[in-house]
Write a protein that binds this ligand. Structure first.
Ligand SMILES: C[S@@+](CC[C@H](N)C(=O)[O-])C[C@H]1O[C@@H](n2cnc3c(N)ncnc32)[C@H](O)[C@@H]1O
Length: 298
């Protein structure tokens, strides 16, 4: 199996950030998340927290792998509108993502009044070891497309559940089992290495069930325009291919046969829909899994 020259994006946070933003642009990722944040988040998360926590609660929120912050900061603002104040601890290992997060907060100060951001450059496993035996508790924890990068996702879920205050909510978003990402990763298992263990909703369901933690799910349809991946010389196209395959410079590091096989599979009807005008849309559906810790009976 050809793996020797393939380097996971996780070994190169700067390149990860660059390819992620090319992908985010073509998937209108932030626009889809923004709509989700406006229409779904208040019902799925906000209402449940309002039902269980007093309005004068100072909400402690933890964001795991929050990237450049578009989604997490909007969730923080949504919670601030319903509670007294919000303290948002963010753990994100990529320096360039944190830089973007900082400038987002700085340039939209008035949207974030009453919210304290505590941005830390570290990954989930480092955070766990820093917190030690008595980790702090949160009312809301989110891991949006980041649980893939934990060393052991099941143990991480158990840990995060323990970090919830009573009535608190854990939100995990991952790719759907029928989406293009999962199909691609599952077919080309050689893209996986010690720091990228791919998973989809099925794995989350299995882990939560075996931990005996009840959960709800909500699916979101979405797609990535990958037409540029089939245009000779397109820099954005190559970056998107690299993000989808989670590999640094797939064209330069894989054999021409493997490269072609991967790109053909991305564009096939297993992963994508071809429109009459020639546009190729990669299925990017994802699932939100929601866990709420019950209040103890007194
Ligand atoms: C696909 S991006 C998602 C970013 C953001 N949550 C969003 O949805 O826009 C995944 C993020 O996880 C971060 N990440 C990588 N390894 C991580 C780790 N070990 N712990 C926490 N986050 C990690 C990456 O740097 C990246 O910003």
């Amino acid at each position: 199996m050809e793996t020797a020259n393939l380097k996971s994006l996780m070994h190169d946070p700067d390149y990860y950030t660059k390819s992620f933003h090319a992908y985010a642009k073509s998937s209108k990722k932030f626009a889809v998340l923004e709509k989700w944040g406006e229409n779904v988040f208040p019902k799925l998360i906000g209402d449940r927290l309002v039902d269980t926590l007093p309005a004068d609660t100072n909400i402690n929120m933890l964001g795991i792998g929050s990237g450049s912050g578009e989604m997490d900061s909007a969730m923080a603002a949504s919670l601030k509108a319903r509670f007294k104040s919000v303290r948002n601890v963010v753990i994100e290992p990529a320096a360039k993502q944190l830089e973007k997060y900082r400038s987002l907060v700085k340039s939209n100060k008035s949207d974030f009044e009453g919210i304290e951001f505590d941005l830390r450059q570290l990954g989930i496993d480092e955070y766990r070891s820093q917190e030690g035996d008595k980790p702090r508790k949160y009312h809301f924890i989110s891991a949006i497309h980041s649980i893939y990068y934990a060393e052991d996702h099941k143990d991480t879920i158990r840990y995060l559940y323990d970090c919830l205050e009573e009535g608190g909510i854990l939100l995990i978003i991952v790719v759907s089992v029928a989406g293009g990402f999962w199909r691609l990763w599952d077919r080309f298992t050689r893209f996986q290495d010690s720091v990228s263990r791919y998973l989809c909703t099925t794995h989350l369901r299995d882990s939560l069930s075996s931990l005996d933690i009840p959960f709800d799910e909500s699916r979101q349809a979405s797609c990535v325009d990958i037409t540029s991946c089939f245009e000779e010389g397109s820099e954005d196209g190559e970056l998107i291919i690299d993000f989808l395959s989670h590999t640094v410079d797939l064209r330069g590091s894989a054999s021409p046969e493997l490269y072609q096989e991967v790109v053909d599979y991305m564009g096939s009807d297993q992963c994508s829909e071809r429109k009459e005008d020639g546009t190729i849309l990669f299925n990017n559906d994802w699932d939100a899994v929601i866990v709420q810790k019950p209040l103890s009976k007194s």
